[in-house]
Design a protein around this ligand. Sequence first.
Ligand code: PEP
Ligand code: MG
Length: 595
Amino acid sequence: MRAEPLAVPDVDPRPERVIRGLGVSTGIILGPAHVIESGFHNVPEYLVAPAEIDAERMRFADAVAKSIKQLKKLKAKTASLPEEAAEEVNFLLDAHCAILSGSRLVRGVERRIADERANAEYAVQAELQAIAKQFADMDDAYLASRIQDIKEVGARLIRNLTDRKFQAFSTLPEGSIIVAEELTPADTALMDPKLVAGFATTLGGAEGHTAIMARSLGIPAVLGVAGLLQGVQSGDRIIVDGSTGRVIVNPGREAMTDYERRRAAQEADREQLKSLIKLPARTRDLVDIGLQANLELPREVDLATGVAADGVGLLRTEFMFMNREDLPGEDEQYALLKTIVEGMGGRPVTLRTIDVGGEKLASSLTSHIAESANPALGLRAIRLSLREPKLLEVQLAAMLRAGAHGPTRILLPMITSVSEVRRVRAIFERVARRLKRRKVRMANPLPPLGVMIEVPGAALAADALAQACDFFAIGTNDLIMYTLAIDRGDEQVAHLFDPLHPAVVRLIQFTAEAALRARIPVSVCGEMAGEPRYTALLIGLGIRELSMAPSKLLAVKRRVRTVDTIAASHRARMMVDQSDSGRIAALLDDFNDVG
Ligand code: PEP
Ligand code: MG
């Protein structure tokens, strides 16, 4: 249940500010803003060994470079702001960039690392304190405002040095709305929907994992909001409208009335959807469509069973590796997976091996993945698992053991070739033999081994892959990203992320037909599956299983129940013949309007 926002006075006398971003998780919420300041808490302090001093200086130089890159990205975003605001923000960001380019702060930190053997984070903190003291002694208002800039830059440096993104949100007042420059999926995983009513950030795209996590937890969110942090303070009243992508700071009377109206409509819709929980996801011509849940965290099991999901179509096991420094062992993974399998009460659970790398970073695995110029094309997902077979063996053993407690399937992310599947299968069978020898309880028979189709090459090789595996799950998030060369987490190109691009539609069709020919199940578990707008298209392309955030399931069921599969496949055939996504969209929307 979403926490109600704090009681707030009717209208705020301060000027209202409306800013726009990408609505990535639907729902509208009003509450007090909690601005995440980049703080200086628990800055690590240690002496660097003499032989490590050069490496420490490099580490600091990397953090400086990363900070400049972030500031440039923020600067690029100001283009969408009104001229005056853009000028002001640009001035500020330029000042921050200047501080990072050989200023006293940077020189001072370098000196402290070299002469005092201070670790970089501590050196930043110590230098900041020294500068602040000097400025304070000068008693000059202009310099006092400059120190704030320097502190902000220092905080950014420390954040980038420690990479300590995970924020504990446990002490927030109930109903808070988090406002931040950026939140990682790992940050979002720590949010308790009872305390965090919504969030808004300057950076982030609609298909990135922070957005996915927000949808899963049912927390309204707006990402990619240019100029968000200028002019909002902790405690300000703020409306986050995850449906329209609007953020309103200090809403006036009109905005409040609109908020009340939209919130009432949202509640009414939610109530109406609840009446579907017990009804089957059956089309008008009586074809059953399996509606399953995507889970990112164990606590979502209740959300999935609450909407009567047919099972878990995708368990992203990355959560086990986030917000920690050490790797989880087989027993720990087994215990976590067992809870989820048991929690689903006999409904099948699809366990995906880890998919870290790219934008999904897990703190415990950072030492296993070197920095890459193109992380999404680098050591990600199954590539990491195959390079570090020990990791994979531990995961597969835990999964096989969890399979003793209910029906499971095992799913492999980012597969591009048959040989990868064969290599995993060989390891899988070896692990199973070992468990058997040890007389450990495990799934019997062995669970089906499936592959994600999320790389265009895999979709085009679907016929061959279908011979090597037991089921397909189409990951449209990555499939669209790789097909159209659009970074799914980058708000700057979010408008180009197009599920209805002819190439995407054809790749889904191609995959579905290959699965059909090989008589293996095929589902869609990317975000497209959770959008009622696409339901008829996917059904028309032959998909009979959809897996999505639990918060989306009932709206999709409502659409399924109005679809006629024959008409949908007829319309889908027309759509795949189009060469233009605008035309495909028109054909789809027209079909959706009619029924
Ligand atoms: C996808 O790519 O569509 C998918 C479901 O996997 P993930 O979002 O975890 O990359
Ligand atoms: Mg994917």
